[in-house]
Design a protein around this ligand. Structure first.
Ligand code: SF4
Ligand code: MG
Length: 327
C-alpha cells in the first residue's frame, strides 16, 4: 500500500525583485506510519518551505510550486483545491509552530480554543468539548488541567504554552504531525521535555512525525531518519544513527560540530563559517563549496547529485567516502 507520506521532486520558487529564488529544489522523502523524520538545516535551507508546501499553507504568490508531488496515502495534495485541502489539514496533517504565543488567541482561554476545535469539527456540545479539552491538556502533561483549562495563554510559561499548541495539533487525531522548530524559543531543559513528549505521543499513536530543526542535537534521541537540507536541496539522507556515527556530507559534519552540549559550560561552538548562497544566484558546482573544507576544483564546476552510496544512504558530495572515513 502507499506510504503515509511521500514527497517527490518537490520544487518551490519565489519571485523576488532579484529574480527567481529556488527555495526548494527537487526534494524527495518518504514517511511511514510510526516513523519520525527530522529535516535539518540552517534558516533559508528550504526546510520550513517544504513543510508549508505539504500543509498547503505557502503564501501563493509569491511562492509557486514549480514541480513535484506530495502524496498522502497516494493522493497528491498539490492537486487539491483549497476547499478540498482544508479538511486534510483539519483531520489528517497537523502542524506545531515555533511561536506558540502568536499562534494562540490572547483573549480566549486555552480551554475555549481547544474546545472550539471539537465544536466546529466534531459538532460537540460546549460541555463535551470542555471535557475533551481537559483530557488533551492531561495528554500533554499540563499539571492541574482541570483548573488550567480556564486560564489565558499569557498565564502559561513558554514550555506549557508549547504543550497547549501540541494539544491543539493533536485534537483531531492527525496521522501526521509536523513540528517546525517547536522548541527553539525554549531553554534547553524544556526543549528536551517537549521533544520527549512528542516522541511519547508519536509512539503511542503510531503517527508519522516530521521534526523541522536547525539543531541536530534536539532530535538525536527521537528521530529515526534525517534529511539534511542545504540551499533548497537534500544533501544527505540517512538514519539518525548513521548521521551521528559517520556523516557523509561535510555540511552534516559541520552541523554536528555546532550542537550545543548540556554538559559543557561556556563551551565555544564551532560556527559554520560563511553564509549559504543567495537563492536567486546559486553558483555553478556544489552550493556548499565556498564553505567546505573538503572542496576541490571539481566542486566548483560540477554539481554533485544526491546519490545512493551504501545501503539506504544518500549524499550529494563528490568526496563522500573521504568525508565518512575522515575523523
Ligand atoms: Fe564539499 Fe565538494 Fe562535497 Fe561540495 S562536493 S560538499 S564542495 S567536498
Ligand atoms: Mg524556518
Amino acid at each position: 500500500s502507499a506510504p503515509l507520506l511521500r514527497v517527490k521532486n518537490l520544487q518551490v520558487e519565489f519571485n523576488t525583485r532579484e529574480g527567481k529564488a529556488k527555495a526548494v529544489n527537487g526534494v524527495n522523502f518518504t514517511l511511514e506510519e510510526g516513523q519520525t523524520l527530522a529535516i535539518v538545516g540552517e534558516s533559508g535551507s528550504g526546510k520550513s518551505v517544504t513543510s508549508q508546501a505539504i500543509m498547503g499553507i505557502l503564501d501563493i504568490p509569491p511562492a509557486r510550486i514549480a514541480d513535484g508531488e506530495v502524496l498522502f496515502r497516494g493522493v497528491d495534495l498539490l492537486k487539491l483545491k483549497a476547499k478540498e485541502m482544508r479538511p486534510v489539514r483539519a483531520n489528517h496533517i497537523a502542524m506545531v509552530f515555533q511561536d506558540a504565543l502568536s499562534a494562540l488567541n490572547p483573549v480566549w482561554t486555552v480551554g475555549f480554543q481547544l474546545g472550539e476545535l471539537f465544536r466546529i469539527h466534531r459538532g460537540m456540545s460546549r460541555s463535551d468539548a470542555r471535557k475533551r479539552a481537559i483530557e488533551l491538556l492531561d495528554l500533554v502533561k499540563i499539571p492541574a488541567a482541570k483548573q488550567r483549562v480556564d486560564e489565558y495563554p499569557h498565564q502559561f510559561s513558554g514550555g506549557m504554552r508549547q504543550r497547549v499548541m501540541i494539544a491543539m495539533a493533536l485534537a483531531l487525531d492527525p496521522e501526521i504531525l509536523i513540528a517546525d522548530e517547536p522548541t527553539t524559543a525554549l531553554d534547553v531543559t524544556v526543549q528536551a521535555q517537549i521533544m520527549r513528549l512528542l516522541a511519547e505521543i508519536q509512539a503511542e499513536r503510531q503517527m508519522g512525525l516530521i521534526l523541522i530543526t536547525h539543531d541536530l542535537g534536539v532530535v538525536a534521541d527521537v528521530a529515526d531518519d534525517v534529511t539534511v537540507m542545504y540551499a533548497g536541496r537534500a544533501v544527505e539522507q540517512a538514519t539518525i544513527h548513521e548521521i551521528f556515527e559517520k556523516p557523509a556530507h561535510p555540511y552534516t559534519k559541520a552541523l554536528l560540530k555546532s550542537i550545543p552540549r548540556l554538559d559543557v559550560k561556556g563551551q565555544r561552538l564551532e560556527v559554520i563559517a560563511g553564509l549559504p548562497p543567495v537563492l536567486t544566484n546559486i553558483p555553478p558546482g556544489c552550493s556548499f563549496a565556498p564553505r567546505c573544507g573538503y572542496a576541490q576544483d571539481v566542486c566548483r564546476t560540477d554539481d554533485p547529485e544526491l546519490l545512493q552510496f551504501t545501503g539506504e544512504r544518500f549524499a550529494a558530495c563528490h568526496f563522500s567516502s573521504e568525508v565518512m572515513n575522515d575523523e
